[in-house]
Design a protein around this ligand. Structure first.
Ligand SMILES: [Zn+2]
Length: 221
């Protein structure tokens, strides 16, 4: 089976309408619950108040996981996706600051029965050594675009294993990822990566058909 990474739970943008997000997330959970493939929602602790923890616990079956996706994803920063430094959200943080934020974020997410502490998804696919020194996770998720351009292979990962997506191959819209997997000669990846908000924005609920097809493919043994 192929694992499905889905970034940005519950929101992608700092000012997203929470009621609309909940409608879309419920539709997505319904599709994801039809198939055995495991999916991992990158949850932003800054937003995960009791409403979103309860929603995940209500809607996720055993194949669903909430994993830490940064601390605030810079959603507390005006122009959160501009002025990105190589370390992304963690640029300029000492190891101690990163550790304290990690522990506070852990406290938020561990209130969910679906929290999986083994994975950390780096916001904007960016991280640095102080973050790696501060977290207690087996895996950190990123993308080859950042991993290669920013020289992450040279970082001391302190035993945390990077899982690196391949942009526009196993990392992108569900329809595109599915097409990639089904291209003759493609080695089946262990992970695929989606960003739910962008798909809903582009395709509306029509996207769920693509998600369902991808879940079916990912569920093959
Ligand atoms: Zn994100």
């Amino acid at each position: 089976m192929i694992n499905i990474r889905i970034d940005d739970y519950p929101f992608c943008l700092p000012n997203q309408d929470p009621d609309q997000a909940e409608v879309w997330l419920r539709e997505m959970f319904e599709v994801l619950s039809r198939w055995p493939a495991h999916y991992y929602f990158g949850a932003i602790p800054y937003h995960c108040d009791t409403r979103w923890i309860a929603l995940a616990d209500e809607c996720m079956r055993d194949n669903g996981h909430l994993v830490m996706h940064g601390f605030t994803h810079r959603h507390d920063y005006d122009g959160f996706d501009r002025d990105l430094q190589p370390g992304g959200e963690f640029e300029g943080m000492t190891m101690t600051e990163a550790r304290l934020r990690y522990l506070a974020s852990f406290d938020v997410l561990q209130t969910s029965a679906r929290f999986d502490r083994d994975h950390f998804i780096a916001p904007f696919n960016r991280y640095n050594e102080n973050l790696l020194a501060a977290i207690d996770t087996k895996y950190i998720h990123t993308c080859d675009k950042e991993y290669n351009a920013l020289g992450y292979a040279a970082l001391n990962h302190y035993g945390t294993k990077p899982i690196v997506g391949n942009l526009y191959k196993d990392y992108g819209f569900a329809s595109r990822v599915l097409k990639y997997i089904n291209t003759p000669g493609t080695v089946r990846p262990e992970w695929v990566t989606l960003h739910w908000y962008y798909e809903f924005r582009h395709f509306g609920s029509g996207w769920l058909k693509d998600l369902n097809a991808l879940c079916k493919e990912c569920s093959r043994e």
